[in-house]
Design a protein. Structure first.
Length: 158
């Protein structure tokens, strides 16, 4: 049983390299860094990965990847305003949830489905990439929370 037929040549290898860059940045964090700091860095690093995906997926996947990257860039602008030295889980959750609600393209099920389609396509084409799966989980949590910040935190594990 084969994978998708629309995978550009070299895509999976290049995705592995890009994912390794993100992982290296995360691993460079002080191991004693507080959990909110690690979450903040992971969320911000994910923006770069989604931007890369939007630029490298085949045309048949570009709408989903571009939508995700655009929404994530909006989220990243909000997260960039947080002080990494004093961020708390509550503040991070509020900023993330507020940014998701403020994004006009972050409408519930459609965005959740786009994230799921991209994660499933990447998984079928290249194998599991945790950062891509994380994005799908983030948007699923936002949809399931239905405007409830506490439920969002539970769904996402924050």
């Amino acid at each position: 049983m084969g994978g998708p037929t629309d995978v550009p040549e070299g895509f999976c290898g290049d995705l592995a390299v890009e994912s390794a860059r993100v992982t290296t940045a995360l691993e460079a964090l002080d191991p004693e860094a507080a959990l909110p700091v690690r979450h903040l860095v992971q969320l911000r690093a994910t923006t770069a990965l989604l931007t890369w995906l939007a630029e490298h997926v085949p045309a048949t996947r570009r709408y989903d990847a571009g939508t995700l990257a655009g929404v994530y860039e909006g989220i990243d602008r909000v997260l960039a305003e947080l002080d990494v030295g004093s961020v708390t889980e509550a503040r991070l959750r509020q900023a993330l949830f507020g940014a998701l609600l403020a994004e006009p393209d972050a409408a519930g099920a459609e965005l959740d489905e786009a994230a799921s389609r991209i994660a499933d396509w990447v998984g079928a084409a290249c194998g599991e990439f945790p950062m891509v799966s994380f994005v799908a989980d983030l948007f699923a949590a936002a949809r399931l929370a239905a405007g409830d910040e506490e439920r969002f935190a539970v769904e996402l594990g924050l």
